[in-house]
Ligand binder design. Structure first.
Ligand SMILES: Nc1nc2c(ncn2[C@@H]2O[C@H](COP(=O)(O)OP(=O)(O)OP(=O)(O)O)[C@@H](O)[C@H]2O)c(=O)[nH]1
Ligand SMILES: [Mg+2]
Length: 217
């Protein structure tokens, strides 16, 4: 077991749940006026996770991206007049490097759960991923955003807009249909993830939901 894995195991020890929670949500500062937000993008295979991240970071659509890497990207942005550094990590279901993946999930401030509107399977897979996140974070309240990507492929739609809305309501989290290809709702969905994260940082009691896996925005 590496040092990182040992410290992760210690942090997840059940004797210190509140310490674990606050450490897991600690938001570091790049400078006096800039906070860093770690966002993990999760979802099934080929739903467009990389395409969404590349659109956010580099403002273009990639048609094909090496599926073998779980990569992370950084970008400085200003959200609601607050400068911040986004540190975005993509995690595909069933990917290798599980220890590294757990560390990223544990340290993340917010999660973007992506399915493709053209794949019912990818929609159904998200519940399992969400449960994994809650287990690793050791809390029932994590900022999340639900995203139905590939909204430009209306002819191939397998998941109704209303189905996405229902699940988001159950998770108490924001929901977007998006298109990485047409750059629809890309910035918005990541910005909502940061806003959810800020609410936890600021510890606003009304934003916490004990029942759901999300913090409503
Ligand atoms: N039409 C359309 N195609 C998309 C969109 N987003 C991604 N794609 C395509 O879907 C395929 C998969 O996209 P990726 O971004 O590699 O998906 P991924 O979820 O990162 O895939 P893995 O990392 O392999 O699991 C590629 O051929 C993309 O061009 C979108 O919004 N609309
Ligand atoms: Mg990818």
């Amino acid at each position: 077991m590496s040092f990182g894995e040992v410290s992760l195991a210690l942090l997840r020890c059940s004797f210190v749940p509140s310490l674990t929670r606050s450490l897991a949500h600690h938001i570091s500062r790049v400078s006096d006026d800039m906070a860093e937000y770690k966002i993990v993008v999760v979802g099934g295979s080929r739903v467009g996770k990389s395409a969404l991240v590349i659109q956010l970071i580099q403002n273009h659509f990639i048609d094909d991206y090496d599926p073998d890497i779980d990569d992370s990207y950084r970008k400085r942005v200003s959200i609601d007049h607050e400068p911040c550094l986004l540190d975005v990590f993509e995690y595909r279901k069933g990917s290798k490097h599980s220890a590294r993946r757990e560390q990223f999930i544990f340290a993340a401030h917010a999660f973007v759960l992506v399915y493709s509107i053209t794949s019912r399977e990818s929609f159904l897979e998200l519940e399992e991923l969400r449960q994994e996140i809650l287990r690793i974070k050791g809390t029932d309240s994590v900022p999340m955003v639900l995203v139905g990507n590939k909204s430009d492929l209306e002819d191939e739609r397998q998941v109704l807009l209303a189905e996405g809305t229902d699940v988001a309501e159950r998770y108490s989290c924001p929901f977007f249909e998006a298109s990485a290809k047409l750059r629809i709702n890309v910035d918005e969905l990541f910005y909502q993830a940061v806003r959810g994260s800020r609410r936890v940082r600021d510890d606003l009691p009304r934003s916490r939901s004990k029942r759901s896996g999300c913090v409503s925005t």
